[in-house]
Design a protein around this ligand. Structure first.
Ligand SMILES: *[C@@H]1O[C@H](CO)[C@@H](O)[C@H](O)[C@H]1NC(C)=O
Ligand SMILES: *[C@@H]1O[C@H](CO)[C@@H](O)[C@H](O)[C@H]1NC(C)=O
Ligand SMILES: *[C@@H]1O[C@H](CO)[C@@H](O)[C@H](O)[C@H]1NC(C)=O
Ligand SMILES: *[C@@H]1O[C@H](CO)[C@@H](O)[C@H](O)[C@H]1NC(C)=O
Ligand SMILES: *[C@@H]1O[C@H](CO)[C@@H](O)[C@H](O)[C@H]1NC(C)=O
Length: 224
């Protein structure tokens, strides 16, 4: 190309002798000459310009895509880190002598106490007396126990409402879970086989504590 441009310049200066002192002609002038050679040059000029534009466009888009994918990757990294930290609680275990049941850890006592002392014991273990959602859960949990044993759960007959109330403050929905026995003052609920039974609160029974798996620190609590 350079050689051809130089050749064209020389030809140009030869034809117009007076303009020898003027600066060398620009390639545009060359491109305007209507000979086949000039036409070829013009084609080459256009080709080179198009090629340059294509290269610039390509490199700009490559850089853009690179940046985009790297920001997307770092987003995924952040997401993965977040998942890692939020999923860590699933690694937690129930303390020693507690049994994993669905989302809960359950403790089955071996000794016998009145309902209020059972309630107090569970509190000292950072737990509560057992709460049961429905008949299905009742059957599952009673299946974990010896059917001949009796366990206090976290449900008592409260005044002045004269209703059965879970220790978390909700009233019992008797459509979901039915109590066998008296609805009267000083009555507390125990689990026996697959039934929930009303009994005098000062009677002494075993009991079941529960705690949510997610709040557990895996340090192992001493048996009572
Ligand atoms: C992170 O967890 C959410 C739901 O918990 C899931 O949709 C997403 O795909 C997870 N991301 C990664 C990178 O594992
Ligand atoms: C449970 O009730 C009995 C009397 O009914 C009482 O002597 C005892 O202190 C109570 N226990 C707790 C932990 O409140
Ligand atoms: C209390 O426990 C009962 C029985 O598991 C449950 O149905 C109720 O939704 C709970 N109430 C609250 C406020 O957590
Ligand atoms: C009770 O537990 C036994 C095994 O100990 C199991 O075969 C049975 O299916 C369980 N029943 C229910 C209702 O969970
Ligand atoms: C029922 O249990 C609650 C604790 O959840 C207690 O404050 C209340 O005195 C008990 N009711 C009766 C009648 O013992």
């Amino acid at each position: 190309m350079d050689r051809e441009v130089t050749y064209a310049d020389l030809k140009l200066t030869g034809n117009t002798g007076l303009e020898t002192s003027s600066p060398p002609s620009l390639p545009q002038d060359v491109c305007q000459r209507p000979t086949w050679r000039q036409f070829a040059l013009k084609l080459a000029c256009t080709g080179i310009i198009l090629l340059a534009l294509a290269i610039i466009g390509l490199s700009v888009s490559v850089i853009f895509l690179k940046q985009k994918s790297s920001t997307e990757k770092s987003n995924v990294d952040v997401q993965e880190k977040r998942n890692e930290t939020t999923e860590r609680p699933s690694l937690l275990k129930c303390p020693m002598h507690w049994h994993l049941f669905q989302e809960k850890c359950l403790f089955f006592s071996n000794n016998h106490k009145p309902w209020n002392d059972s309630l107090a014991h569970c509190s000292t273990q950072e737990s509560s007396l057992l709460l049961i959602q429905n008949q299905e859960e009742l059957v599952f949990i009673s299946n974990l126990t010896d059917k001949s044993l009796i366990f206090w759960i976290g449900l008592n007959f409260t005044l002045p409402e004269k209703k059965w109330k879970w220790i978390n403050g909700s009233f019992l929905n008797s459509n979901i879970l039915e109590i066998v026995g008296d609805n009267k003052e000083n009555s507390c609920a125990h689990l026996s086989s697959t039934k929930v039974i009303s009994e005098y609160c000062d009677g002494e029974n075993r009991w079941i504590c529960q705690k949510e798996l997610k709040s557990i620190r895996n340090k192992g609590y001493p048996d009572s």
